[in-house]
Write a protein of this length. Structure first.
Length: 310
């Protein structure tokens, strides 16, 4: 389709955009091309006061998708963003004025599967944990193969658990929740946190370590699927997060609590650590669980264990 030009696109758009709803005097639409499996189409008609005018269908957006695809196949200069503007004609039976501009905006380019930012974040986390113990090199609860957009269930290529050994203490930590999302361009360190669990090294055997590590993977999945869990932990200090299966009796629930440490040096700022603590039902018996996240009961249970929320 080498002969398809911007002028051709405007001619094709004119009849569709000209079917404007009553009261519309202008229109503007912004669209992006398919990048890392994603594209967008936004905009609409506006009245004389600048307010959006409701439309009966998505017809303009469908037409815009068609012309962008044709432009992309026509050999015009490389672009990933299109802005289309329409103005109501001054006189009846005339066509409105339409402009179409293409551009290449580097700020909206999604992170692809080979972006070095992924391994950079993994290296920063590894340095953080190495400063607090010995990272067990042959340990991985799950590595999780990434899809073609470098995404795992944690929206990046990393979905792992690290085992960190220190005198008398074993720490299991998520490695990937703070990896920047794949397939988008937003400057965010994933879900903006990492989780950890601590154990008395003398009381946990190899099978137990694997069991708790797999649980921490699942808790990480819930955090990744949730909405700003790190924000709620910061707000309440400690929350009742999820229930455990019968396999973990007498422990029945997981609490998430604020930790004073954070991982610095990540691409888009530091992220906090969140402690995951299994508790038994007896530790919250008689407590009022009606507040958000059962936060009061969770803080009380943590206090009874002699653990502080800094």
């Amino acid at each position: 389709m080498a002969s398809y030009s911007i002028d051709d696109a405007i001619r094709e758009l004119a009849p569709a955009l000209g079917k404007a709803p009553a009261g519309a005097v202008s229109g503007e639409w912004t669209a992006t091309t398919m990048q890392a499996g994603h594209s967008s189409r936004t905009g609409g008609y506006r009245d004389a006061e600048g307010n959006y005018v409701p439309e009966a269908s998505r017809h303009p957006l469908d037409i815009i998708s068609d012309v962008i695809e044709k432009l992309g196949e026509s050999g015009v200069p490389r672009f990933n963003k299109v802005v289309i503007q329409w103005k109501k004609p001054k006189f009846p039976f005339m066509r409105g004025e339409i402009t179409l501009e293409t551009s290449y905006d580097w700020t909206i380019v999604p992170r692809g599967p080979d972006d070095p930012i992924y391994e950079t974040t993994a290296a920063v986390r590894r340095v953080f944990w190495q400063s607090r113990g010995t990272v067990q090199e042959d340990f991985a609860a799950e590595r999780g193969t990434a899809n073609i957009h470098a995404q795992t269930k944690w929206f990046g290529p990393h979905r792992r658990i690290l085992a960190i050994h220190a005198p008398g203490r074993l720490t299991l930590a998520t490695d990937g929740l703070s990896t920047p999302w794949a397939g988008i361009s937003e400057p965010e360190n994933g879900v903006e946190c990492e989780l950890f669990m601590e154990f008395d090294a003398a009381t946990v055997e190899a099978a137990g370590i694997e069991n708790w590590a797999n649980l921490l993977i699942n808790i990480g999945d819930l955090v990744a699927d949730g909405y700003r869990v790190a924000r709620d932990v910061e707000k309440y200090g400690c929350i009742l997060f999820c229930r455990l299966t019968e396999d973990y009796r007498p422990m029945t629930r997981i609490m998430l609590s604020r930790d004073p440490r954070r991982i610095d040096g990540l691409p888009f700022g530091p992220v906090p650590l969140i402690r995951a603590t299994p508790i038994a039902e007896t530790e919250i018996d008689g407590q009022d669980l009606s507040d958000d996240w059962g936060a009061a009961a969770a803080r009380n249970a943590l206090s009874k264990r002699g653990m502080r929320i800094d």
